[in-house]
Design a protein around this ligand. Structure first.
Ligand SMILES: [Cu+2]
Length: 68
């Protein structure tokens, strides 16, 4: 398992945190997604054989936020 921290732009409330947590958790290979509104950050634990940071960023942008 790998862990990555992503900087997220565009989250404004706990609803954003909840939907982004759902989006990340739904990706195959993601074991745990921890999204912080105050830090504007997501910490994701994932299996690198099943998903990638790039796939996470795409999912985040599809959900309407910006990831760095
Ligand atoms: Cu929101």
């Amino acid at each position: 398992m790998d862990t990555v921290r992503l900087q997220i732009e565009g989250m404004t409330c706990t609803g954003c945190v909840n939907s982004l947590t759902r989006v990340l958790s739904a990706l195959p290979g993601v074991a745990e997604a921890n999204v912080s509104l105050t830090k504007a950050r997501a910490r994701v634990t994932f299996d690198p054989a099943q998903t990638s940071v790039e796939a996470m960023k795409q999912a985040i942008e599809r959900a309407g936020y910006k990831a760095a």
